[in-house]
Design a protein around this ligand. Structure first.
Ligand code: GLT
Ligand code: MN
Ligand code: MN
Length: 364
């Protein structure tokens, strides 16, 4: 059997919106037909995934009546159960509605903030109904394009009030949910509030119920901010706050690319896998990426298979790095060295780095 065949115990999940991405971008319309969520579940199950994650709107189109909603959810559950698939995470779309264009939870209009809370609570209800224990909050419109009329301090207070209302709801409903805040520095707004996972971690300390709130770092978003995602993951794990992770890839300096995991920066992806696997992360390995716009549906499944396969290849490389006698020897020498001065000789970075590169290039 293929050593890199994904299996449910690897806990790979995909957002419905990822494999369902229809290839729209700011310069062109859709190039792929809408993918039925039931089909997405069936295909991903066959590829070895553990589950799917979803926004409220991905499954239940906006404007659906109560009885149709229940029918859609029932049917979705039936297919999930039949395929042995799970929904560990649900999220809410607080960015598409025109009303959210100047913020949802941070909007200056009380009616918009209320609408955002209603939508978020409904998305929590849906998630819990499907078995989710993680609720991601990504504030795609919580930010500014100009600060001329903005009050970022007040916006943060509103953000805090919003998250506090949601943790109160979790308590009241006795939901087994944790909120995972996802940061992004920009796009679609010029500047988003709380632009990095580190900023989110500081913000969590100011909430009423910090124990119910963690983070969902996305590799690409940290890279857009010029940061090292493996360090972000380490910090979130150290804080006991790594509730969820969005895996993908990104070239620094580009638009939000959401590339297939490991497709651009193999070394960076390797250190991300190392941070997760050796840091004791237990949650889902969620892919938040999409196939190139040139692809048809076959390409979408090749993309999904590729994300999982690359993760498993890199996981094996992490184990091999631990076992490699030469690398172990050098690392042990660095550990043993207690000379008071840091010298290039004590670090052995060039040798170690080259060994890691050769490991990744497949010649060790
Ligand atoms: C959107 C965004 C992602 C978030 C999703 C969850 S929505 O696709 O680009 O990074 O994780 O809200
Ligand atoms: Mn994401
Ligand atoms: Mn993204």
């Amino acid at each position: 059997m293929d050593a890199y065949q994904p299996r449910p115990e690897h806990r790979f999940t995909f957002g419905l919106w990822t494999v369902g991405n229809i290839g729209r971008d700011p310069f062109g319309g859709p190039v792929r037909p809408v993918l039925d969520p039931l089909n997405a579940v069936r295909h991903l199950a066959r590829l070895g995934a553990y589950g799917v994650s979803l926004h409220d709107d991905d499954l239940v189109p906006p404007g659906t009546g109560a009885s149709d909603r229940d029918r859609i959810v029932r049917e979705f559950r039936r297919v999930l159960d039949g395929e042995g698939m799970r929904v560990p995470m649900a999220t809410v779309n607080l960015f598409s509605e025109p009303g959210f264009r100047d913020g949802a939870l941070t909007s200056r209009f009380p009616s918009v903030r209320s609408r955002a809370l209603v939508k978020a609570k409904a998305a929590m209800d849906l998630g819990v109904e499907l078995g989710a224990e993680i609720f991601v909050l990504w504030g795609g419109r919580e930010g500014t394009d100009t600060d001329a009329a903005a009050n970022p301090g007040l916006a943060l207070q509103r953000y805090r009030d919003g998250v506090n209302t949601l943790t109160r709801y979790i308590r009241d409903q006795r939901y087994p949910l944790k909120i995972a805040l996802e940061a992004k520095p920009n796009e679609p707004r010029g500047d988003l509030f709380l632009p990095t996972t580190g900023a989110m971690l500081a913000f969590i300390g100011t909430l009423d119920e910090p124990a119910l709130v963690g983070v969902n770092p996305e590799i690409a978003h940290e890279k857009m901010a010029g940061l090292n995602p493996a360090h972000t993951i380490a910090q979130a794990l150290d804080a006991g706050k790594l509730v969820h992770v969005d895996l993908n890839d990104q070239r620094i300096g580009r638009f939000d690319q959401d590339l297939r995991f490991g497709s651009d920066d193999i070394k960076g992806a390797f250190f991300v896998v190392k941070a997760l696997e050796e840091g004791g992360y237990q949650g889902p390995r969620n892919f938040d990426a999409h196939a190139y716009r040139t692809e048809d549906e076959e390409g979408v499944w090749a993309f999904a298979r590729g994300c999982m396969r690359t993760y498993l290849v890199l996981k094996e490389k992490v184990a091999r790095m631990r076992e490699d006698p030469e690398i172990r020897g050098l690392l042990a020498a660095v550990e043993r060295d207690d000379s008071p001065e840091v010298t290039p000789l004590t670090m052995r970075d060039e040798e170690l780095d080259q060994l890691v590169v050769e490991l990744l290039l497949g010649v060790r």
